[in-house]
Design a protein around this ligand. Structure first.
Ligand code: GLU
Length: 480
């Protein structure tokens, strides 16, 4: 058995969907599934549908819907239809369930939660699997219990008892589940709201979904869904269950172990093109390609080469991918990123000209993995710096300190650009008999707050002249 999927057959119009539940931010796993679904649709010139699965009324919020839409927009995963809200389709679900009740593929169940718990308890005591025992399931010649008064029933799907469900999963290969392994699932709750497994079938049917990409936590739901498709006489979509993403520690990616929402990465100053590229490689490959554009992915993504084994989240690799895109970023995008990240740090940057900020970004960004790191460099221009005690002790000793005032004086007449500043530094070295290797780190520590920076003269030229002089003079006078 090979470790990756084969190219799925495409016989009609390709229609895929992503169906997030709006109970929080867009999760990285959902974003990756959205990306695969979207890329597959785009590859085939098909349609990508966004459906909001908001039937968990207590936990779904409009705020979350907005966040999800925003993250999809940010990633550039655009949908052609939707958002379609399940809670706006209740009439349609009712219509389908009425049909199923009439045809006998669904039935009402009045068992109370306590009764069902007692049933499961007895099954556990006998060492059996806990399955609904069919007590309200109509059978020829069977007398059902008396309908209790004032109890709103749930509606259950009448799952076939015989045979097995088999499908050829696009990722996992052939899967077979015997029908006696699964029970009669609740498809409509007592309050009339459909459950996930039912609504998803009606929707995928109505929306003519041809290929379902989703996380493999849903593999166990698929047999029920397939049986319902059959009961409704609806054509089956193809299923692709994508393995989970594991965190750095080999456990399932979760909130407790770091950021799991797309929003958190956006806030840290990761770039959408980098996120997209990195997410694509989590469980999918195209030869040895690590860095590719959205267009390349669409050209390559035909559903083959999806990995069967779980993908491993690798923060260092994401940082590397992001650094690559950061280096290549155009001026306007760099400025937008820098201003957003400066704002996030609470640094007043509005009065700073684009030209100056861009020079600073150009100087620093090749040393950064993220926008947040870039703002960490830019911060020296906007707030007082505080070097570490180690840097001060190592670089700012009695030998170099007298030269600070000299440099501050010489900068007074310097033409305020790198060459003029370089000349002033050189004169200062000569006057004090210092070497560049001694003096430059000292100046960096007191002006920039760190011992290593890009070329000293270029960095100093980013500051106002008076600011550099002030930092030098303060350092000349500060107690050692
Ligand atoms: N609402 C489900 C989820 O977020 C969708 C599952 C599916 O794609 O069928 O996991």
């Amino acid at each position: 058995m090979s470790g990756t999927s084969h190219t799925p057959a495409v016989t009609g119009p390709v229609r895929t969907r992503i169906a997030p539940s709006p109970t929080g931010f867009l999760h990285l796993g959902t974003a990756r599934t959205a990306l695969f679904s979207w890329a597959f649709a785009r590859h085939h010139g098909g349609t990508f549908v966004l459906r909001i699965e908001d039937t968990d009324v207590a936990r779904s919020t409009q705020d979350s819907v907005e966040q999800i839409l925003e993250s999809m927009r940010w990633l550039g995963i655009d949908h052609d239809e939707g958002p379609i809200y399940q809670m706006q389709r209740l009439d349609r679900y009712r219509e389908v369930v009425d049909r199923m009740l009439a045809e006998g593929s669904a039935y009402r169940c009045y068992a109370s939660p306590e009764e069902l718990e007692a049933m499961r308890e007895a099954q556990r005591a006998r060492g059996e699997k806990t399955l609904y025992d069919g007590r309200w399931r109509p059978e020829p010649g069977k007398t059902l219990p008396a309908v209790p008064e004032g109890v709103a029933p749930v509606i259950r799907f009448r799952n076939p008892e015989e045979g097995a469900v088999t499908w050829d999963d696009l990722v996992k290969g052939p899967i077979t589940i015997a029908n006696h392994e699964i029970d009669d699932l609740v498809i409509v709750r007592a309050d009339g709201v459909p459950t996930y497994n039912f609504a998803v079938v009606v929707d995928d049917w109505d929306m003519k979904i041809s290929h379902v990409f989703r996380g493999d936590e849903h593999v166990n739901n698929t047999p029920w869904q397939i049986n319902m498709f059959h009961a409704l006489g609806a054509p089956l979509p193809a299923f692709a269950h994508v393995p989970v993403i594991l965190g750095d520690d080999g456990q399932k990616l979760s909130k407790r172990r770091g950021a799991v929402s797309v929003t958190a990465y956006e806030e840290e100053g990761f770039l959408p093109e980098a996120m997209l590229n990195y997410l694509a490689r989590l469980g999918w490959s195209h030869g040895d390609e690590e860095l590719f554009s959205r267009e390349q992915m669409v050209a390559w993504f035909d559903g083959s080469h999806l990995a069967r084994h779980p993908a491993q989240w690798d923060a260092a690799k994401l940082a590397w991918v992001n650094a690559h895109y950061l280096k290549a970023l155009g001026d306007e995008a760099v400025l937008a990123l820098a201003r957003r990240q400066l704002g996030r740090r609470g640094l007043a940057h509005d009065g700073v000209a684009d030209a100056l900020l861009l020079r600073a970004c150009t100087l620093f960004k090749d040393r950064c993995n993220t926008g947040a790191e870039l703002a960490g460099w830019l911060a020296m221009l906007f707030e007082p710096v505080e070097a570490t005690a180690e840097d001060r002790a190592q670089h700012v000793g009695p030998v170099v300190r007298p030269a600070f005032a000299t440099l501050a004086d010489k900068l007074e007449a310097a033409a305020w650009a790198a060459p003029g500043i370089a000349a002033a530094v050189k004169e200062t070295l000569a006057a004090h008999g210092l070497k560049m290797g001694q003096f430059a780190p000292a100046v960096r520590v007191v002006v920039c707050g760190r011992a290593q920076t890009p070329s000293l003269d270029a960095v100093l030229s980013l500051f106002p002249r008076a600011a550099v002089q002030e930092r030098l003079r303060a350092a000349a006078q500060a107690p050692l």
